[in-house]
Ligand binder design. Structure first.
Ligand code: NAP
Length: 251
C-alpha cells in the first residue's frame, strides 16, 4: 500500500517514523512538504517537496502515484492544503484522515483574548500593550505592518520578508522552547503582550505559562475548522491505528 502524509509538523514526522517502523515492508510512505523552510527536519521514507497545484493537482498525484490512504498531518493553521486534501481525496476516492494536535485551553490566571484572524489580532493589540512578542510565524507579519507605535519581537525559523512592522527585532529559532527561555525573553525585552496562534502541542506552549507568570495578556488566534466530514485523530499513534483498522494490516 502507499500512504501519503501531508506534513510540515512534528506530528507528521513522528507519524512517518511510526509508519516506516510498523507497516509491512512492502508499504510505501511518502511525506509531502510545502517547501517553506530552507532546511527542514526530514522524516524517514520517501519525500516530495512543493505544492501540487491545488485540489485538482493533488487528486491527480493521488491517482498517478496509486495512493491508498491520505493523511493530512499539516499544521492546524494550514487551511488551504487541508481544504484541498478533502476535495482531492473525495475526487480520487482515497480515504482521508486528519491528524490534529488538540488546541490549548486557558487556565487559572490566564488573560487570553481570542480573535478570529491575524488582522483581528492586530486590531486588538494597541489596547493591550506596547511591546509585543509575536509568535505567529514569518508569513503573517504583513497584518501587523501598520502598527508603527508598537515594538515587536518576532520569532521564526527563517528570516521574515517585507512587509513587516517597522519597529521589530527578529529572533531566528525553532522549537521546542523552554519555560526558562520564554521567561527570560519576556523579561529582557520588557514584553507586555504576547500574540500566538492556537497551534496546540507542547513544543511552543511554554510561552503561555511564561505570560501567565508575568501577568501579561495573550492574544490567541482561533484555528480554522477541519473540513466537514473529515475524520480526525489527535496523535500519530491513533493515525496508525486508523490505518491498521481500515486496511486490516498486520504488524
Ligand atoms: P496553506 O496555506 O494551507 O497552503 C498553501 C499552499 O501550499 C497549498 O495550497 C499547497 O499548494 C501548498 N502546501 C501546503 N502544505 C503542503 C504540503 N504539506 N505539501 C505540499 N504542498 C503544500 O499552508 P501554509 O499555512 O502556507 O503552510 C505550509 C506548510 O507549513 C504546511 O505543510 C504546514 O504543515 C507547515 N506549517 C504551517 C504553519 C502555519 O502556521 N500555517 C506552521 C508550521 C508549519 P498547492 O495548492 O500548489 O498544492
Amino acid at each position: 500500500m502507499h500512504v501519503l502524509v501531508l506534513g510540515g509538523t512534528t506530528e507528521a514526522r513522528r507519524l512517518a517514523e511510526l509508519l516506516v517502523a510498523e507497516l509491512p515492508a512492502r508499504a510505501r510512505v511518502t511525506s509531502s512538504l510545502a517547501g517553506r523552510v530552507a532546511s527542514p527536519r526530514l522524516p524517514p521514507g520517501e519525500i516530495r517537496v512543493g505544492g501540487f497545484g491545488g485540489a485538482d493537482g493533488l487528486a491527480a498525484w493521488l491517482r498517478t502515484h496509486q495512493v491508498d490512504a491520505l493523511i493530512d498531518a499539516t499544521h492546524p493553521f494550514a487551511g488551504t492544503i487541508s481544504f484541498n486534501a478533502a476535495a482531492a481525496a473525495a475526487a480520487a476516492h482515497v480515504p482521508l484522515l486528519a491528524l490534529r494536535r488538540p488546541g490549548w485551553a486557558p487556565g487559572d490566571g490566564d488573560d487570553w483574548h481570542p480573535v478570529g484572524s491575524l488582522t483581528e489580532a492586530a486590531l486588538a493589540l494597541p489596547g493591550l500593550g506596547r511591546r509585543v512578542f509575536l509568535t505567529t510565524g514569518r508569513m503573517g507579519l504583513a497584518a501587523f505592518a501598520g502598527l508603527d507605535d508598537l515594538w515587536f519581537l518576532t520569532r521564526s525559523v527563517d528570516a521574515p520578508e517585507s512587509p513587516h512592522p517597522v519597529r521589530m527585532r527578529v529572533l531566528l529559532d525553532r522549537g521546542p522552547f523552554t519555560l526558562d527561555g520564554e521567561r527570560e525573553l519576556i523579561r529582557r525585552h520588557r514584553i507586555d503582550v504576547v500574540v500566538t496562534k492556537d497551534s496546540g502541542g507542547a513544543a511552543t506552549a511554554p510561552k503561555l505559562a511564561a505570560a501567565r507568570e508575568a501577568r501579561i495578556p495573550v492574544v490567541v488566534v482561533r484555528r480554522p475548522p477541519v473540513p466537514e466530514g473529515v475524520a480526525v485523530v489527535a496523535t500519530p499513534g491513533l493515525a496508525v491505528t486508523w490505518l491498521r483498522e481500515r486496511f486490516d494490516l498486520q504488524g
